[in-house]
Each structure stands twice: as C-alpha cells, then as structure tokens.
Design a protein around this ligand. Structure first.
Ligand SMILES: [Zn+2]
Length: 428
C-alpha cells in the first residue's frame, strides 16, 4: 500500500516530462531556410522539443522562462546537411589492399565500433542525415548503428541504410587470391531474376531502407572519351530486382559509373544513379523523364585517382575529366542532382563537405550546391516533409557556419554548430 503514492508520483513526473518539451531559441545572425536562395538577417528560431515551432525576426522579449537561448548572432544558420552516399562501415579504400585488410583482418564487431565513430564524425561535420549505401562485407551492422542512434545510445545522424548490397557472382571483392581459397565478399552475390527477388526480400526482412546494386565494373576509356564498362546484372535481372524493391515500397540505388551500367539501370527504373562518371545524353534525357536522381560523388574520384594510378590503374585519372563533363551535361539537362560523397571510400577524418567546392568548380552556383544537400536530398530520401529546410513543423536539424557560404562555398567545411532534433551536438 505504501508504494502506491511513489508509483503515482513516478507516473506523474513521467507524464510531466512528456508533456512539457524543452523550448530553445536560436538567434541567428543570418539564415538560409533552404526554400529561398537569399539569406534573412537576424532570425530567431524557436524550437519546441525536436521540432521547429517558428521563425521570426530577432527579439529578446519572446523568450519564456526556463527556455534555453543559443546565441549564433555571428553565424550563418542553415538546414542540417544531407549526404546521400556514405559508408560508415568503411574506413577508406584507395587501393584494394586497404579494402581487403578491413574484410580479412577486422572482425565485424571491430568494424562496427569504428562505424559508430564515423557516424559521430558525420554528424559533427554538419550532416544531420545520411543515406548509408552498404556495409562492404559487414552484414547488416548499419541497421544496428541506425538503431543505436535512434535509441539515443550513440550520437549520429538520421540514417537510411542499404545493408549488404548486391552484385553478380565473381564481380566484387575480395578477389584475386588463389582459387583454392574461399574469401568473404563485400556484397551479397545474386544471380538470376528469381535470385534477385529472393535477395530483396531477405534484405528487407533484415531491416534495409534501400536496396543497392552494383551495375558495372572494369572500366576503360574508348578512343573519343566514352567510359565503357562490363555490365554486371543482365537487364532482366535488374528489372526483377527493381520491381521487387518497388513492390515492397522501398527504393533502389545503383552503383553505375559508365555507359552500360548506367543505361541498364536507367532502363530498369532505379531511383538513383551513383557516381555516373559517364552518362550518355540519351540516358540523361531518360533520367529527366523518369525523375531519376544523380548522385555524382565527385570528390572521392579526385581523392582516389592518384593512389589508384600509382597502383597501376591510370584510367582513374582519365575518368576525372569525363566525370566533370558528365556533371556539366547533367546540370544543363536539368537532371535532379543530390549531394553524395562516398565518405568511407575516403578517410572519415576528411570532411565530406569538400564535395561542395568541386560541384561549384564544375558549374553549380553555391545556392544550387547547397540545395543538392538539403531540399533535393530530402526528396530523394522521401523525407521532404520532415527535413531539408527550416520551417515550422519540421525537425530542428540546424547547422551554422562562420560566414556566408554563398560568397565562399568552403565555409561549409567549417560547420561550428550542429543541432539534430532539437539536441545540440556541437557549439561554437
Ligand atoms: Zn559508395
């Protein structure tokens, strides 16, 4: 009997905690809301719990008692950035040796521990949401990292994950060792239309948000500059995988760097083309017509080219120019371009925001580059009602930089304030 009041008290305090969410005010010196290309000066963002309640001109009078006030009067506020192509389970793979070490010498638990650090780094760089496009041999550890973040166990961005990814038998590392030995693979090996459908069902049952396929490999530059490849899946196989993914209301990303891989992927109806170093004009037109997204990942190509060329694969250096030309043609054709970096393909100690400067160097305005990592990326993820811009009702995912990124896009490499869902992870 004596315990009853305590129980009631606990219930009451729990209910109290639930019904009085924290109120935070952020006073921004200027703010890009993600909807307009121009900044607004002196804006106060009111946050209740994990959502934005209002944006209004700066005023000291509105602050309620017990609320927190964050002074960002010297900063520029922006919507939380979105990287739509990452690998938190990968810690750089310039050469195949870098890659093999991670799959052959590191256990999945050890790789997952490192992955939690990568996720925290992503958040601290200002990426409050990421689409993590496969674990490279670490099973569904991305599903667990996402779960740990969502349960508040570790800090990290919002995540959509792709689990194991798929390629055909014999096309994906670990490769090149004695045929007498069996090695782990960086993907799930899948063959045939029925095999593809079964793999989609299996991966979705294990918690993936996205399916990812590798559609081409073994690149070479034809005389005339077209980047050719060996397609992996047949068109029939790809169509079956895409159909099964969409039937189960998921989306599918295709690693497609060159002529045939891109063409087959676009024809099969994938939702996003990853890398797309060479895309024919005809396929760009189909992408516009289908609404297919292009995630170019420009920085990683420049980053890995020198290392891979030194290891004997000069094609990676030639591909940089081809990639730039494709990016410029895609921009002109009006293809939807979403920001993605392949972080993990390069070391997580490097800020993935370096991608922005290359997008601008290749012809985007700073406003277009920022939009690719906010509104456009949120649409690719199907989260445009929740993230991608600073508006009442959306998640309070807010970052800040020291000076105007429209005047100097590299300011995005200097994020000094990060809020995700109303919680502060980094302060100036
Ligand atoms: Zn990748």
């Amino acid at each position: 009997m004596k315990r009853t009041p305590i129980f009631v008290l606990l219930l009451t305090s729990f209910a109290f905690a639930q019904t009085t969410p924290k109120i935070t005010y952020i006073g921004c010196g200027s703010l890009y809301d993600g909807k307009h290309d121009e900044a607004q000066k002196n804006v106060t963002v009111k946050i209740i719990g994990d959502k934005i309640d209002s944006l209004s001109p700066n005023t000291k009078a509105t602050e309620e008692e017990g609320s927190e006030v964050i002074d960002l009067s010297h900063e520029v506020c922006l919507p939380g950035l979105i990287d739509t192509h990452t690998h938190v389970l990968l810690q750089g793979d310039i050469t195949s040796e870098d890659y093999d070490v991670q799959l052959l010498k590191w256990s999945t638990p050890y790789r997952t521990i490192l992955g939690t650090v990568s996720a925290r780094r992503a958040l601290e760089y200002g990426f409050t949401t990421i689409r993590d496009l496969e674990t490279e041999g670490a099973g569904y550890a991305d599903v667990d990292i996402k779960k740990a973040i969502n349960n508040g166990v570790i800090p990290g961005p919002r995540m959509q994950v792709a689990g194991r990814a798929m390629d055909v038998t014999g096309a994906y590392p670990v490769l090149g060792y004695s045929w007498e030995l069996k090695f782990p693979k960086g993907v799930q090996e899948v063959d045939g239309a029925d095999g593809g459908r079964k793999a989609v069902r299996e991966q979705i049952s294990n918690g993936v948000d996205w399916v990812k396929v590798y559609s081409d490999r073994s690149y070479y530059v034809r005389p005339g500059g077209v980047l050719d490849d060996i397609p992996t899946f047949s068109l029939d196989e790809l169509r079956a995988i895409v159909d099964e993914t969409h039937r189960e209301r998921r989306k599918i990303a295709s690693h497609a760097a060159a002529l045939n891989g891109v063409h087959n992927s676009v024809e099969a109806g994938v939702d996003s083309i990853e890398h797309g170093m060479y895309i024919s004009d005809a396929d760009l037109q189909t992408m516009v017509a289908h609404g297919t997204y292009y995630v170019p990942t420009l920085f990683v190509g420049e980053y890995v080219a020198q290392g891979r060329a030194a290891a004997g694969a000069k094609v990676w250096v030639d591909m940089i120019k081809i990639h730039e030309d494709t990016f410029r043609r895609a921009l002109k054709a009006g293809v939807k371009i979403a920001f993605g970096t392949d972080a993990g393909g390069f070391d997580w100690k490097i800020d993935p925001a370096k991608e922005f400067a290359i997008m601008v160097k290749y012809g985007m305005t700073p406003a277009q580059a920022l939009r690719s990592a906010t509104v456009t990326a949120s649409e690719l993820l199907g989260m445009q009602e929740k993230i991608g811009s600073l508006e009442a009702g959306k998640f309070a995912d807010i970052v800040a930089v020291p000076a105007d990124p429209m005047a100097d896009i590299q300011q995005l490499e200097h994020v000094n304030f990060v809020m995700k869902g109303g919680a502060v992870y980094l302060k100036p």
